[in-house]
Design a protein. Structure first.
Length: 72
């Protein structure tokens, strides 16, 4: 059993959040120019902290936030 203790998002959601196509992200992952993420249940997932650290290392001020879903 896998337990996640921090927010994670799928590649499709990450693509929308940062405005980079998933094919470009896969290319950067293959070249070790982007965090590799986690493969879980046949899908690619990314820790928000890994993405934030990546941009911090580049010296870019980026705040990655997952949109919240309001309960009915």
């Amino acid at each position: 059993m896998i337990t996640f203790t921090e927010p994670i998002i799928q590649l499709d959601e990450l693509e929308k959040l940062i405005g980079v196509k998933k094919f470009t992200l896969y290319k950067r992952i293959r070249k070790n120019q982007f965090p590799s993420g986690i493969k879980y249940n046949g899908k690619k997932w990314f820790r928000i902290s890994d993405i934030q650290d990546y941009y911090d290392d580049l010296g870019l001020k980026v705040k990655i936030e997952i949109p919240t879903i309001n309960p009915l």
